[in-house]
Design a protein around this ligand. Structure first.
Ligand code: UD1
Ligand code: MG
Length: 442
């Protein structure tokens, strides 16, 4: 399929009331624009131009490797599309126009639009229409016996037009030979004083060409203009991510309380408890149980492991086969080898925990001295007594035992016992005598 695409992403997103450009607000852990460009890439478009605003290097970075063109002044959606003229020069196939703030449009839907544009009646513009529950701010599609007659923006619509249920999603496919000549003709005599892309339809009809509408799903076509709409889109996306996880063989307990990232990977027979949250970059093997209230991000969990409740796996946590990570345990940039147990109230950062090692409650790897980060290496089968501090860099040999409450600052040889704490001294009857002396004082 030979297709080009213009993605409009220069808008200020005023209604978001944010310093962050609207299209960079995240949905399921990645920017709106990245969702859309990912779906678009699956069509393998011949050319793509992303229209961004001035001083929006961060948007250009997200759009890369797609080329960006800058719309110096934000004069409306038609003016924005015109900025891609050079990138589209000589392309005479269908041109998709997408909005960066309408990120959930699937590849399938894009394809449907392009195919409709190529049909024998050859519409100049095919618009993706939908019937949202609340059509409020959307442009309305005026249909007649010849298909789509024109689009009227909500602000310019008469009460009768506002009653039309069909809305403009903003997504369209236009005949590449006609697009720029028509865009050149669009003026700004309207309620907002902007150059409206939606005027394409009326102008094409005036030239004797037909325009068509393809119906899309409201859930897919939500335009994000405010934080409330952002939350609505997140809810839609989460619902589909949960559905996909279950389809692929995971059990979700209280699915509506579990939050996925766009790229979360779960194996077969994974059980995810209530209120588990996934940040980006998590991959979980088969038969893993993630117990309630755990937070995972940028980490790997191998088959058969048990995590949580209330565990936090931060970037670089690599939990091995059958390992146990228990409640109130935080793991960062550390390999927990097969069968190791870190079950309670512990911080493991910049470390390796050898196979079958047992880390007692309240163990802390002291990995940071205010300047650099250092490694703690714990050998396989080692046993770290509760409430120990391991001051990195430090190495605990295979099979070694560290006594509870130790502050370990030097390496411990394999199979040794190391105790590094104040010696206990018991003074018989001291407490009783002490109390007695206090009584006399009165
Ligand atoms: C637009 C449509 C409306 C449709 C709705 C769907 C027009 C005139 N209106 O309205 O019919 O129902 O989308 O969500 O097209 N942008 C630029 N440069 C500009 C202005 C906008 O790049 O000068 C970009 C924005 O970043 C955004 C997109 O174009 O991604 C749409 O702009 P927005 O201001 O959100 O238009 P709506 O009012 O939502
Ligand atoms: Mg919008």
């Amino acid at each position: 399929m030979s297709v080009a695409a213009i993605v409009l992403a220069a808008g200020l997103g005023t209604r978001m009331k944010s310093r962050l450009p609207k299209v960079l607000h995240p949905l399921a852990g990645r920017p709106l624009l990245a969702h859309l460009l990912d779906n678009l890439s699956q069509l393998s478009p011949e050319r793509v131009a992303v229209v961004i605003g001035p001083e929006q290097e961060a948007v250009a970075k997200t759009a890369a490797p797609h080329p960006c063109v800058v719309q110096a002044e934000r004069l409306g959606t038609a003016h924005a599309a015109l900025q891609a003229r050079r990138e589209m020069e000589g392309f005479d196939g269908p041109v998709l126009i997408l909005f960066g703030d309408t990120p959930l449009v699937t590849t399938e839907t894009m394809k449907k639009l392009v195919l409709r544009q190529g049909q024998a009646d050859n519409p100049a513009v095919v618009v993706l229409g939908f019937r949202p529950a609340d059509p409020a701010g959307y442009g309305r599609l005026v249909l007649d016996g010849n298909g789509l007659q024109r689009i009227v923006e909500a602000k310019d619509a008469s009460p009768e037009e506002r009653a039309i249920p069909w809305c403009n999603s903003g997504v369209m496919a236009a005949d590449g030979r006609l697009l720029f000549p028509l865009l050149d003709k669009i003026g700004n005599q309207n309620a907002k004083g902007e150059y409206y892309l939606t005027d394409l339809v009326r102008l094409a009809r005036e030239q004797g060409r037909i325009c068509a509408m393809v119906e899309g799903e409201a859930e897919e076509l939500l335009g994000i203009n405010s934080r409330a709409e952002l939350a609505e889109a997140e809810a839609i996306l989460q619902k589909s991510l949960r559905h996909a996880a279950m389809e692929n063989g995971a059990t979700l307990i209280g699915p509506e309380t579990i939050f996925f990232s766009w790229d979360t990977k779960l194996g077969r027979d994974v059980i995810v408890g209530p209120n588990v949250v996934f940040g980006p970059g998590v991959s979980v093997g088969d038969d893993v149980e993630l117990r309630p209230f755990s937070h995972l991000e940028g980490c790997k969990v191998a088959a058969g492991a048990l995590v949580g409740p209330f565990a936090r796996l931060r970037p670089g946590a690599d939990v091995g086969h059958g390992a146990h990570i228990g409640n109130f345990v935080e793991i960062k940039k550390a390999v927990i080898e097969e069968g190791a147990k870190v079950n309670h109230l512990t911080y493991i950062g910049d470390a390796r925990i050898g196979a079958k090692a047992n880390i007692g409650a309240g163990t802390i790897t002291c990995n940071y001295d205010g300047f650099g980060k250092y490694l703690t290496d714990i050998g396989s089968g080692a046993f770290i007594g509760s409430n120990s501090s391991l001051v990195a860099p430090v190495k605990i040999g295979d099979g070694a035992i560290v006594g509870a409450g130790s502050v370990i600052t030097q390496d411990v040889p394999a199979d040794a016992l190391s105790v590094a704490r104040g010696r206990q001294s018991n003074l018989p009857d001291w407490a009783a005598k002490f109390r007695q002396s206090k009584k006399k004082d009165k």
